[in-house]
Design a binder for this molecule. Sequence first.
Ligand SMILES: Cc1cc2nc3c(=O)[nH]c(=O)nc-3n(C[C@H](O)[C@H](O)[C@H](O)COP(=O)(O)OP(=O)(O)OC[C@H]3O[C@@H](n4cnc5c(N)ncnc54)[C@H](O)[C@@H]3O)c2cc1C
Length: 459
Amino acid sequence: MTPTVINGPPPHTDASVEALIIGAGACGLTAALRAHHAGREVLILERDETPSGSTSLSSGFVPAPGTRFQKAINVEDTSDLFCADLMAKSHDTSDQTLARIAADNIAPAIEWLADHAGIEWIVLDDFLYPGHSRYRMHAVPEKTGSALQARLLTAAADIPIATNALATTLYREGHCITAVGVDRGETTEIIACEALVFACNGYGGNPDLVAKYIPEIADGPYFGHAGNTGDAVLWGEAMGADLLHLSGYQGHGSVAHPHGILITWALMMEGGVQLNVDGRRFSNEHLGYSEQGPHVLAQPGRIAWDVYDATIHEFAMNGFPDYRDAHSAGAVKVADTATDLASLIGAPVSEVEKTLAHCAALPDAAADPFGRDFSKGRALTPPYYAIKVTGALFHTQGGLRINKEARVMTPDGPLANLYAGGGAACGVSGPDVSGYLSGNGLLTALAFGYLAGGYDPIA
Ligand SMILES: Cc1cc2nc3c(=O)[nH]c(=O)nc-3n(C[C@H](O)[C@H](O)[C@H](O)COP(=O)(O)OP(=O)(O)OC[C@H]3O[C@@H](n4cnc5c(N)ncnc54)[C@H](O)[C@@H]3O)c2cc1C
C-alpha cells in the first residue's frame, strides 16, 4: 500500500495516544523510552511480527564523544572534535547543522540510555575506524546489533508495541499530523496522536527509490532490513517537507560471498588489502568501507578478496563475533604461499606476487598508486588468509531535514508535531557514499531518537 497523506481530519479514530512512533528499531525504541520516561503515553507501530530492523543486522557500534565510558579508559574527546571528523569525512558536504546536532546529542543519549534504560556500554579501544580521531565506538558488551536491539526491547518492556502494524496514511491538519491510518492485515485502524515520530528508517528496501536517487548502487545487493521501504521519504514528498542528500548512503565493500556475512573492516585497518581476481589492488582501503562498496562492485565478477595474515586473523577472532561466524561458515581460507593465494583467487601468480611485494615494501602514500600509507604498518607474512567478498548497499543516508528538536522541516518552517530520526531523517554523510563516517547510522538513530522522545507538546 502506497504511503499516503490526507489533508483533513480522520473520518473516525479507534484510539488516541500522546506519542505515536513508527518503527521499533534503535531510533523508535530510544524515542519511546525517553517519551515514556517523561510520562507520555506511548505506542510504537511496527510492521513486522517481531521488531528487528536494520538495527539487528548491524554491528551495533555507536560513535559518541566525551562520554563517561570513554573517560573511564582515559580517552579525551569532545563534540567539537567529533563534528570536525564528521565534516572532514564528507569533505564538508554534510549539513553542518545536522552534524552539530548529532555530535552534541549522542553522548547525552548514550548516557541517558545507560542511566534510565539500563543499557550497558563498552568502548572499543583496540583500533580506530577510518576517519575517527579518537576511540569513540560504543557497543553493548556482546558487540552485536542484535544484542543492542534485544537490550532496547527489554528496556521498553512496559511500552506497548503494536506488531504487524503497517502505518500507511497520515491525516494532516495545517501544521499538525493528527492521526495515522494503520494496516493490521485483516483490519485497518486510525490512531490519533499528539506527536508523531518517523523512526521507520530509509529506502534501501525500495528498489524504485534506490534506482531513482542512487543509481550507482541500484544493481548491487541490499544488505539491510527489507521493511525499510522509504515510507518517511514518500510521506515527506507528499507533504512538501525538506528532503536532503537523497543520493547519500552507506555502502560496504566487505560482505563475505556467498555467505552474506559482514566482514569487519578492522582486517584492512590492521594491514590487510583487497585484491581483485586479477591479483591487483584497486583502491585505498583506508579511506573507508562505505565507498569500497561501489569500488568492489566495479571489479570483474563484482567481487574482491580480503587478504591478510595470521596475526590479523587472531585479532579478528578475538574481537568480532561476525568474523567468528564467517570462520565457522567456512568463508575464511588459508594459503601457505603467494602461489597458493593466486590459485585460490584464480589470479596470475606474477600479479599476486607483485602486489604483495609492493605492500611489503611499506610504501608511503606518495609511493602507493592509490595513496594508502603503508609506512606505519607492518608487512603481511605467510600463510595468507583470504575471504571472497562483494559490495553492498547497507542503508540510505538521505531523508527529512530536521531542526535541533528533531522536528521535520518544510520550506515554511517546522511541522508542529512531526519528528524524525535514524534513517528516516537526513543523516550526516553528505550526498555521496564516501561521506559516511563509521557509525553514522546508529549515531542519528540514537541521537535524533533521543531528541524526538524529549519533545515538548504543542500548546
Ligand atoms: C549489516 C549492517 C551493519 C551495520 N552496522 C552499523 C554499525 O555498526 N554502526 C552504525 O552506526 N550503523 C550500522 N549500520 C546501519 C544501522 O543499522 C542503521 O543506520 C540503524 O539501525 C537505523 O536505525 P533505525 O531505527 O532508523 O531503523 P531500523 O532499525 O531499520 O528500524 C526501522 C523499523 O521501522 C519499521 N518500519 C518501516 N516502515 C514502517 C511502517 N510504514 N510502519 C511500521 N513500521 C515500519 C521496520 O520494519 C523497522 O523495524 C549497519 C547496517 C547494516 C545493514
